[in-house]
Design a protein around this ligand. Sequence first.
Ligand SMILES: Nc1ncnc2c1ncn2[C@@H]1O[C@H](COP(=O)(O)OP(=O)(O)OP(=O)(O)O)[C@@H](O)[C@H]1O
Ligand SMILES: [Mg+2]
Length: 405
Amino acid sequence: MRVLFLSPAYPPEMIDYTRGLAEVGATVFAVGDTPRAALPARVKPYIHDYMQVPRIMDEDDVIARATRWLRGKTIDRVLSNWEPLVILAARIRERWGVPGMSVDAVTGFRDKQLMKERVAAAGLRVPRSRRVFTERDTRAAAEEIGFPLIIKPIAGAGSADTYKVESRAELDATLVKMRNVGEASCEEFIEGEEYTYDTLSIGGTPAYENIARYLPKPLEMRSVERVSPIIITVRDMSQPRLRGGIELGRRVLKALGMGDGFTHMEWFLTPKGEAVFGEIGCRPGGAHLVDQMNYTSDIDLFREWARVACFQQFRATAPRKYNASIIFKRAQGEGTITRIEGLEEWVSACGDAVVEDRLLRPGTPRRNWKHTLLSDGHVLVRHPDWNETHRMSVAAAQNIQMFAE
Ligand SMILES: Nc1ncnc2c1ncn2[C@@H]1O[C@H](COP(=O)(O)OP(=O)(O)OP(=O)(O)O)[C@@H](O)[C@H]1O
Ligand SMILES: [Mg+2]
């Protein structure tokens, strides 16, 4: 099994997927824009051969270079687990005649308007929405959809340029802020709780499923600095209130023609108990969500993904043992972390439930919380009981404080 894997060391969790590929016996050819000498030592043993390209996002250039580089070799899979590169991987597959999801299928997981149209065509509940290009389009769409509404880029990520708009006056102000966005989606605002529905699928049928709860909603996580975002995987997926979301997720995979690999969907649970589609990608969730799933079930989904992608097999047993919660922290003040308060007390109160402490230590520069949900680091706890997990998470959010100067 010879695999071309795009961007094997960035973002950093790609190193684990590269490891997974090597561990299931694949020969890994990798392409990225990191200089060969700067590849982390940890990833090197898993890579058979590497080509550095000047710009990994320049699809035509990467396709031309990779085609020259691997001419005469048989490549069995072309894979990427990073959202900006999933279309590129599909284009290379089509160009070389390698099996896997087509450009058209992958586009259904990438274009936020197209995905909603395809999901709605399958009879599933999505927010009413319009694709808009100009201010005029947006005003017309707003009149049709009504307030409150959401405006967001078609190919967005990390809630960048995503706004809740409550009135015509707010719409005017938002349009000014969005002048740099070419193509946007204008949609009905859905009230309710927000969850993920994640899978590792074979031919569009989940071999592994997961649900996680966002606290607070992602838009708030990304727009209010003083919150400590919490994401908790839900151990008990059999509870009736989640049934609609799981059913929705499974049907979305069919509607969009999912193939083999990870999916990461977001959905809303309305106060009336209805599950409404949010968005989906045909790649794993970021911000350590795969680590959380691994802690939930005591498995190695990095390796199982590789087995699925290469051989369409999933071998792990995956009991749901824990709710696994990640709590991201943001320091008060700018510059360099100077001190952390409340950590020791929290760790000793939670005991064995704490599985990771990766808060940035004093002397480290702060990360930009607007650019990355990882913020100034995280702690991760797991517990079989939801209320206990929630309680420890809220305690970490409230009682651990970081400072910077
Ligand atoms: N129709 C909607 N109704 C209510 N809230 C919405 C809606 N669309 C988006 N949001 C809010 O904005 C957030 C970001 O939107 P979305 O997930 O579509 O974009 P994104 O930038 O790809 O997100 P991310 O990369 O953070 O997952 C959602 O998680 C949700 O909190
Ligand atoms: Mg999202």
